[in-house]
Design a protein around this ligand. Structure first.
Ligand code: HEC
Length: 115
């Protein structure tokens, strides 16, 4: 009986921590690889725009997102990488979830502090 309880608690704990580490992690890694060099740490980057504005950026196959980077060769090179195309959905998810109106405090959120 006691053992069973410990077991249940362990499972609960591990699913909790897993949910936390999975939280936007792929998006953060993608951001660090592609955007950090120009826009600073991930949470600062996310806070550049509001949720709605991020969604607009990536509408119609990134139309607006490409437009804002049009004049920057290096940025355009980054956006044409297959790495960007493959991981774009994680990145978008992260950016929307850490938008300036998302309630996430820029730079720290308990399991991650911007470096
Ligand atoms: C090589 C540099 C570079 C890279 C890489 C880059 N950007 Fe940019 N970004 C710029 C420049 C330059 C601008 C236009 C000037 C500005 O608004 O700061 C810009 C503009 C933006 C804007 C518009 C800001 C506004 O206020 O309207 C957003 C949002 C943005 N970038 C997000 C990203 C994201 C997300 C990534 C990663 C996929 C990324 N950028 C990659 C250089 C870069």
């Amino acid at each position: 009986m006691y053992l069973k309880l410990v077991f249940v608690i362990l499972i609960l704990l591990s699913s909790l921590t897993q949910a936390r580490t999975n939280y936007s992690e792929k998006g953060i890694i993608t951001y660090k690889k592609l955007c950090k060099q120009c826009h600073g740490n991930p949470y600062k980057g996310g806070a550049m725009l509001k949720k709605k504005e991020w969604k607009k950026m990536f509408k119609d196959e990134d139309k607006k997102f490409i437009k804002v980077h049009m004049n920057n060769k290096k940025a355009m090179h980054t956006l044409n990488k297959s790495y960007y195309k493959n991981r774009r959905r994680y990145l978008v998810k992260f950016l929307v979830s850490s938008a300036s109106d998302s309630g996430v405090v820029p730079s720290c959120d308990g399991n991650f502090c911007g470096d």
